[in-house]
Design a protein around this ligand. Sequence first.
Ligand SMILES: [Zn+2]
Length: 172
Amino acid sequence: MKFIYCPICGRKLEEKYSWDEGGVPYCPEDKIMYFDTPRPCVMVAVIKGNYILLLKQSYIFKNCRVLLSGYVTNGENVEQTVHREVYEEAGIKIKDLKYLGSEYVVNNKKELLMLMFMANYGSGYIKKSAEVEEAHWIHIKDVLNEMKDNEVGKRIIRKVLEEIEYTEEFIK
Ligand SMILES: [Zn+2]
């Protein structure tokens, strides 16, 4: 996001030269440079045997299921974000968190750095949050079909299938 006004004092930002970055919006009052950076966000495939946890959240995608995801909050590291989001959205604990890579995504004018993970189910029963309509364990063979429009999510699932060396022929 390109900053025009200072989020602290509201003053219109000036351009200031920064060595590697060139001109950067700058508030001379607060002495802060506002770099044009994406928001870090996590997405995780939680695995339990041959099942993967998928949510239904109509405000994200109307007719398909999605992986769990959320924004990194100030004060936490990315691993903590994953544990927190899974617990908040589905009420379960996870273990064996594994980083699968990242993607730069622009979604509804929001610039995101999507950090992709897989994890194993640890403990607890599904207890979904109010912002989630459904949370279900979906069999691996059905997961890609259920996620029609969730392109980033499907790429994570394909990585997961490679990681766990899932070779059933019905997965394309
Ligand atoms: Zn300012």
